[in-house]
Design a protein. Sequence first.
Length: 426
Amino acid sequence: MFLCRQKNINLRSNQEIVLKKSMGLFRTLRSNIFLFLLGFLFSFNLYGQVEEGEKLFKQNCASCHLMSSARLVGPGLEGVTDKYEKEWLISWIRNSQALIASGDERAIEVFEAYNKSVMTSFDFSDDEFTALLDYLANPPVKEEIASNNAQNSVEQGMSFSTKMMIIALILATIVFLLVSIKNSLKTALGKETETIPQTLFSQYQLFVSNNINVLFVGAVFVIVSLKFVFDLLMGVGVTTNYMPEQPIAFSHKIHAGINGVDCNYCHTSARHSKHSSIPSADLCMNCHTYINEGSVSGKKEIAKIYDAIGFDPETRTYIEGYEQKPIKWVRIHNLPDHAYFNHSQHVVAGGLECQDCHGPVEEMDVLYQHAELTMGWCIDCHRETEVKMEGNNYYTHLHEQLKEKYKGQPITVDKMGGIECGKCHY
Ligand code: HEC
Ligand code: HEC
Ligand code: HEC
Ligand code: HEC
Ligand code: HEC
Ligand code: HEC
């Protein structure tokens, strides 16, 4: 009895100890989780700021600066926040010329090292400066371009037919396993076994002996063939995904994506005119006078720019009397002559992003046609997209009339006349 009670007490205290221990554990766990959440929220906040800074950098600085040690138009900005204190950086970015004029030694030194080229002045708010400097202090880890490429090709390599093949293989394995199981069961019962072809054939005979089955398969076959022919006919002249090989392996992912060069830096005329031009080799040379080697293609592709323009990368001089050869870029997007399309109308007046029509260009190593470029594609968007009224000085008078006519209703492009034949056809 005593022993029993003793045991009982022991048992209880044991339970208590376990309970206490687990409560303790729970408490530390709870405070840890709390700390973790706090840290998470904080890092999230910081992340948001770095992201804002990244945006500012890409929009304002990336056309002249890289976030590495390599020079572009200006010096690479890696580690620049260690080199200079915050106040100096802010006054430099606000107005580098004023700082130079004030006799600041370090400012004069950089200025002279860079052939006295003038950096643009920027009038940012305090918050924007904080975000920008945070970004300069914590730049993203440099992407592994080569491994990224490998990953891309794996993703693209899994085409529809590959997936179908894999599914077919899995199904075949299942059939094989089931037949094997069936056969081993039959052997266990002492019955006669069938080989796989025999099983398949007997199943087939069972299937076709039923008329409804045959009718069903026939109907599916006819529908699939009709759909195929229909798609083929509708697809005449539609060149979605057209991706020709270009004379130089130019990558939008490296330029517009990883290095954040703005689309308008190269395709300047998209904002001013009907066409968006392809940049000339002179523009490439703004950066490639210094950058003569790429991390993917080495010197091979960039050498083609020098060959077109007559530049000697060893001496960094242009060859005199060189007969320049234009780079023959293969045109990708092409509307028929009877259709009229204007870039500045869409980008400036319409306020659309290039990506709305051209897709994720900044992720493309090789550029391809993203949209269908059919009449239906133009018209669908005109039916869905509201006209941007603010800051649009093109049609102020028309907009007033439209607001009057469609009181309170959303005004889409079609209401402005965007689906009249004459607007798009000469
Ligand atoms: C039009 C080209 C251009 C743009 C745009 C530009 N810079 Fe510069 N930057 C330069 C040049 C060139 C220099 C070298 C000094 C000089 O010649 O004035 C420089 C120098 C600097 C330096 C001094 C670096 C050092 O190592 O001494 C900093 C910091 C800097 N820029 C930051 C920025 C930031 C931040 C932005 C964007 C807000 C920016 N720059 C935008 C051209 C540019
Ligand atoms: C460094 C210069 C540069 C930048 C920055 C750049 N592009 Fe390009 N773009 C080119 C060159 C060169 C070509 C022609 C070669 C090719 O098609 O890849 C081109 C071709 C194109 C084409 C296909 C034109 C055709 O033949 O139909 C489109 C569309 C395009 N760019 C959109 C963009 C967009 C959108 C951005 C911004 C996200 C951008 N580009 C940024 C240089 C640039
Ligand atoms: C604003 C600066 C800038 C301009 C303008 C520019 N590039 Fe580049 N280019 C770069 C940078 C930065 C790299 C990346 C080097 C690397 O791979 O690290 C690069 C890399 C390349 C590469 C090699 C890619 C690789 O990694 O193998 C080619 C080819 C190239 N550029 C072609 C062009 C052509 C053609 C033009 C003109 C249409 C052009 N670039 C205009 C900055 C520029
Ligand atoms: C509303 C859709 C739309 C938007 C937005 C748009 N594009 Fe285009 N883009 C087109 C169409 C359509 C074509 C084919 C034009 C043709 O063949 O006449 C084209 C062609 C091009 C071409 C080939 C040269 C030419 O003009 O024919 C380039 C380069 C280009 N776009 C770049 C850009 C850039 C850069 C932006 C952003 C500043 C942009 N596009 C915004 C629809 C668009
Ligand atoms: C992503 C949406 C989008 C696509 C795709 C698009 N558009 Fe537009 N389009 C607009 C917007 C938005 C406007 C209104 C611009 C403005 O406010 O002036 C517009 C305006 C126009 C206008 C002027 C209409 C008027 O009444 O003055 C024409 C012409 C036009 N687009 C032609 C085309 C053609 C041709 C295509 C196809 C090749 C096309 N658009 C594809 C969005 C689009
Ligand atoms: C928003 C612009 C737009 C409007 C509005 C428009 N079209 Fe088109 N249309 C196009 C474009 C772009 C193409 C070229 C499509 C292609 O190449 O696949 C085209 C092609 C055509 C074609 C040639 C057949 C074809 O599909 O290629 C005919 C015919 C045509 N349009 C008639 C009309 C008529 C009639 C109207 C008025 C009811 C009209 N379009 C209104 C943009 C427009």
